[in-house]
Design a protein around this ligand. Sequence first.
Ligand SMILES: [Zn+2]
Length: 324
Amino acid sequence: MTADLTDKIFSDEDAAWAHFEAIRWPDGRVCPHCGVIGQSEASKGKTTRRGLYNCRACDKPFTATMGTVYERSHIPMHKWLLASHLMAASKKGISAHQLFRMLGFGSYRTAWFMAHRIREAMRPASDSEPMGGGGGPVEVDETFIGRDILNPPEPKAPVRIGNMNKVLSLVDRTSGEARSFVIKDLKMTTIAPIIEKNIAREAWLMTDEAARYTGIGWNFVAHGVVNHSKGEYVMRVDNRVHTNTVEGFYSIFKRGMRGVYQHCAGRHLHRYVAEFDFRYSNRTAVGIDDKTRAAKAVAGAVGKRLTYRQPHGHRSFGLHAAQA
Ligand SMILES: [Zn+2]
């Protein structure tokens, strides 16, 4: 299904709230204070906030945005849904400037904050299953993108790899999922813990010939190596051995970063990376349409806040520790 921007959820605030509540509470309204399900009623009164419910079990008020990345913003729900949809549906991403113009905000800052919160919603939960669990191939590669402002070159010195931002990506060829990490260097001691946490031992690791992968490869059932320095891109004796999938992911990532996000500071890079991972892992080629992908981006808004502070301020508790 393609994007239908005439859908009422993108213009009508009541329809937007109903849509979000259905995604947030598929099995009935859950009180975020006490966890009781289906024991709440809409708060009535002229001055009542939209979407406000009162829990009969603990007698506390709540709304569907509590404990989500949308919480405590003054942005209307239909604009959250529209921005999420646009970001989820644009293959190379959409800049905060473009959101600012399209959504009619008062300031660019608002659009910028909103875009980063939506990227946070696109981040996978930290308890995701390791990739390649069924014994399939998982490709690993690294790339450089933009300058690392924390490691600028010496005055008049040329830009070196150490001055660039570095990204490590894992792509599960079977599921089509991509996971990327901003890394401080390319040492095996930096890369190995990420690979060991995110890839199952029964997987087939696929990398290029870089020495940093040699020691890591022994942890897996198989390690296929293509020798890029010798011009080999698919192993001649076994055409399953290649890293063309992760390189395809990087080409989308780099075109998007160049075209839309050329001013990304290194400290925000992990959020952009999460956005490209999200769209790639939920792309049309793996059977996910625009509407479903947007719904996943909205569902991901839930549980990304580490703590929810009560109105009185002294007590806070974790909803989900989904934020890595
Ligand atoms: Zn309650």
